[in-house]
Write a protein that binds this ligand. Sequence first.
Ligand code: FAD
Length: 396
Amino acid sequence: MKKKILIVGGGTAGTMTANNLAKKLMYEIDKDEVEITMISNSKYHYYRPGAMYVAFHKASGHEFVREQRTLLMPEVKFLVDEAIEIDTNSNYVKGKSGTKYSYDFVILATGCEVAVDRIPGLKEGGNWFYSYDGAKKLAEKFAELKKGRVLVTVNFPKTPDVPHQCGIAPIETTIMLHDYLKEQGIREDIEIIYTYPKVAQAVTDGLFLQGPTSKVLPSIFDGIGVKYKTSFTLNKVDPEKKIAYSEEGEEIEFDILMSTPPFIATKFIRESGLSKAVDDEGWLPTDKKTLKVKGYENIYTLGDTVDLPVSKAGGTIHNQTDVVADNIASEIRYGYPTESYDGKVIAIAQMGLSCGMPLWYDYKEDVQPTPCSKLGSFVRKGFNMGIYWAAARGMV
Ligand SMILES: Cc1cc2nc3c(=O)[nH]c(=O)nc-3n(C[C@H](O)[C@H](O)[C@H](O)COP(=O)(O)OP(=O)(O)OC[C@H]3O[C@@H](n4cnc5c(N)ncnc54)[C@H](O)[C@@H]3O)c2cc1C
């Protein structure tokens, strides 16, 4: 009987995996033994890291959007519909349209979303670059800023050992901000204060979520005149007085608050009944090796939705997608999964407007910081402007 594979979510994770599956199972698809369907709640696909460049007037945003259909192999059926319910007994996902999409295997890849409402006053008093609209608002604020203070804050999920989206982004944007203000000729008139919460996954009282990078950051920040403060866990913002308050009892005034806000899984996942994450954050309990949702033999997940201790980043998905695609292909062919994820993350961090730093780590080894370079920046820009679309199509 024909096997049905359903992918929910047409972002980085869903798209790479759909294309990988279509290639691996081409023989079975040709014989009409396998069918791959993707549903996504948007006709469009956003390259999310592009928002950082919008915040610093280096892009308008349109460069980073494609129609989702154009990124998928013809063998993948694509429908715009919003998943609202999953029935794990009858094996179907219900869409907002009323359609029930039945499956033999389902891949849940709906990413995560910002939850600014979870910190009183943050929505009114803060700014963030984790969405295109948010980045545009931040860019407008930067355009008006002539002197004063930019305060950087970072929030982590309350679920233990789960990171916020793109762990390196607060550092990337702090250094990009320094470069941008220098370009504008106003760096000396603006103070930048980078803060980090008390608990950041395995690190306490640090400046980054992994020890080796946390240790080198003071010398990097000292070199560019960025002030820094550990153990500032943002818990309230007064938008009128422009003051940020921490759980530790401190307060800092700001002119612009550039925040990494709280993140949660999407509504569909939070309401699916599959997650028991604290504070209704909704992260899916994920087997760290097989990438199956724990307790379910035919539900896989990857990307920003998982509760794993690895970065919620495209550089993570690039290493997870083959595991999911290989495991489903093996289950269909042999009856058991064959691949195992080792926690690998590979990316190039944008350390300022024209410096790129390759980084890689896995479940066992932390990132070892290396010097950033113009060559690194060249590769990163190439990724932003074109290589990403090839990667999403499963070509790189
Ligand atoms: C500012 C910024 C900078 C970043 N920088 C980097 C970087 O330098 N390097 C790096 O590797 N990563 C970076 N990332 C992270 C990277 O972009 C994400 O990790 C990646 O996009 C996550 O992919 P995903 O498929 O899990 O989620 P997404 O890409 O968010 O895709 C989720 C998809 O699900 C769809 N969806 C949501 N809900 C439903 C529903 N109910 N029904 C159907 N469809 C639904 C959405 O429309 C979307 O298509 C950055 C992210 C941001 C925001």
